[in-house]
Design a protein around this ligand. Structure first.
Ligand code: NAP
Length: 538
């Protein structure tokens, strides 16, 4: 193996996390490279080009905070910026800091094995190439492995059919076409609202409805952007102080200490406030107190009833199997009003399941739906999916996918015992899946960078977390999870995903940490203090 195939650090993935990670590592003077499977950078924002794809974090809380110059230069045009603009932003960042020269595209890592003697990872790329690295930082994304449904005849359909993640770069004609959308998560809800009225006819195939509240998007003028720029320090400090990593402040008056009228007055205001206001600006009791959760759920259900003309359709759109805020909340723009159109139809798959795809549509138990275009908004093999796609062999040849078969086990979502020198940004059991993503990953990247700087400074060539430290973290993850009503929900947050083979329907995988951003940040700080005491270094 020649020297050119070895790096101090290999970063896997050039999405939001990988871009920042390579910036920090190269600033440190390390010989680092990003290997990206796609043909260009951007990750989530490179892939998800479906109609309606946009942030649901306020744009100015989503951008990187590390460069004042960048903050001063970039003008977010909308409060919740759309995918093309987000991809432009990531390209702008990469070009501004000349990061592309550290990135290799079309480089899909399919295997990684730990070489104990050489204290390095051997990376195996699709196509047969191998490389080595002292350290590997995974930034492979939490929602980067799309999950396809397993319907009979899926390949028989002769029209266009795309999973939203693989939506083509070329414009997909909508006008005059009969479209079907399967899935009503955050993605489906965005697509449905966007294409209703653009296509000739739209049928939504819904298995379980989701709660959803208004995004309340708006343009950001030059003057407003100036105000935002002047406030950036405060904005990021606010985000760091709240559980979700947003600016919305929870109402701490006590759910039961105020009258019902006062609660409704708050909710009326939050419903009109942009972003996750109704979720994050609410009384924290809604997350753990059944009665409080029922009351807010009833409130949101009434809002849906007021917006949907047909009461029978409204009832189908109201979740009955989980309370408000116990699954990842999709935000919407005129989503419920779409169902008031004559050319939008709702098929409830719990009443009339899909039997198969046909050459020209979808057959349910009662009817055939003629379609020209099928949108599969069926979600992802979330959080651990991207790890499972790489054969990662740690000490004694153990496979990570075996270790994590019943669910991930990590230290702070950043390291896992038995896999030395592998660091994870946005890893399982971190807050990356459960809070404002870039805010979370900046903390993760900074921590990883500091650990690597420490290792190089002290001449350590092997880092491995103690098994006991990992056990303690998994206990913390479970304890927090079990205290919240979301423990019973079936969304991707909890790892319950009936759509992903091998996960075992109904089994919780404890794959995200719900202790909130500030608590997590405290754990990170304590883990680093005194020279990373719970990491074995040599
Ligand atoms: P998701 O939340 O997992 O939703 C998948 C949907 O597909 C669910 O409604 C699910 O129904 C349905 N489904 C899955 N398999 C099916 C099948 N075989 N037949 C019928 N329906 C099926 O996935 P997502 O909507 O792509 O969202 C994932 C996450 O991506 C979001 O929660 C969010 O974190 C992120 N996201 C963010 C944004 C943003 O920031 N603006 C936008 C989009 C997505 P069940 O509920 O019954 O399983």
């Amino acid at each position: 193996m020649t020297d050119s195939q070895h790096n101090d650090v290999v970063v896997l993935g050039a999405g939001v996390s990988g871009i920042y990670q390579i910036k920090r590592l190269t600033d440190l003077g390390l010989d680092a490279i990003v290997l990206e499977a796609d043909e260009d950078l951007g990750g989530t924002w490179y892939r998800n080009r479906y109609p309606g794809a946009r942030f649901d974090s306020e744009s100015y809380t989503y951008g990187y905070s590390f460069s004042k110059e960048l903050l001063d230069e970039w003008h977010w045009k909308e409060r919740f910026s759309p995918q093309p603009e987000n991809l432009r932003y990531l390209n702008y960042v990469a070009d501004k800091f000349d990061l592309r020269r550290h990135m290799r595209f079309g480089a899909r890592v399919v295997g990684m094995s730990w070489d104990e003697e050489g204290r390095r990872w051997h990376l195996h790329l699709q196509g047969g190439e191998t490389r080595t690295a002292r350290f590997v930082v995974t930034s492979v994304g939490v929602l980067s492995i799309p999950a396809l449904p397993e319907y009979e005849g899926l390949d028989d359909f002769e029209g266009d059919a795309f999973h939203t993640y693989w939506w083509p770069k070329e414009p997909v004609p909508l006008a005059g076409r009969r479209a079907g959308v399967i899935g009503t998560g955050a993605t489906g809800i965005q697509v449905i609202a966007e294409i209703a009225g653009q296509v000739a006819d739209l049928t939504v195939f819904q298995r379980r409805p989701n709660w959803s509240t208004p995004l309340n998007n708006a343009p950001i003028s030059e003057a407003e952007m100036d105000g935002i720029r002047a406030r950036y320090d405060e904005i990021f400090a606010n985000c760091a102080s709240t559980a979700g990593g947003f600016e919305h402040l929870a109402d701490r008056r006590g759910f039961w200490n105020v009258s019902r009228e006062e609660r409704v007055a708050l909710w009326d205001r939050l419903y009109e406030t942009p972003g996750f206001a109704l979720l994050a600006g609410n009384f924290p009791e809604i997350y753990f107190d059944e009665a409080a959760n029922r009351e807010i759920s009833d409130y949101v259900a009434d809002r849906i009833r007021r917006r949907v003309n047909d009461p029978a359709v409204a009832e189908k759109l109201i979740p009955k199997d989980h309370g408000f805020g116990t699954q990842r909340l999709p935000l919407e723009t005129h989503y419920f009003e779409a169902y008031n159109r004559d050319d939008v139809h709702l098929v409830d798959l719990r009443e009339t399941p899909i039997e198969r795809f046909t050459s020209n549509g979808i057959q349910t138990s009662v009817a055939h739906h003629d379609l020209d275009l099928i949108v599969l908004a069926t979600g992802f093999d979330a959080i651990t999916g991207a790890f499972d796609r790489i054969r990662i062999r740690g000490t004694e040849g153990r496979l990570l996918s075996d270790k994590w078969r019943d669910g991930p086990s990590t230290y702070l979502g950043l390291l896992t015992h038995g896999f030395p020198n592998m660091l994870m940004v946005a890893g399982p059991q971190s807050v990356s899946g459960s809070t404002n993503f870039p805010r979370a990953i900046e903390g993760g990247v900074d921590w990883v960078t500091a650990l690597l700087a420490f290792a190089y400074e002290h001449g350590h060539t092997r880092l491995e977390v103690h098994a006991e430290a990992e056990r303690d973290w998994v206990e913390e993850v479970k304890r927090i999870h079990e205290g919240l009503l979301l423990r019973r929900s079936r969304g991707w947050f909890t790892g319950y995903n009936a759509n992903v083979a091998g996960h075992g329907a109904g089994r919780v995988r404890y794959q995200a940490y719900f202790g909130g951003a500030p608590r997590y940040a405290q754990f990170l700080a304590r883990a680093a203090a005194g020279g990373y005491p719970r990491i074995e270094k040599s």
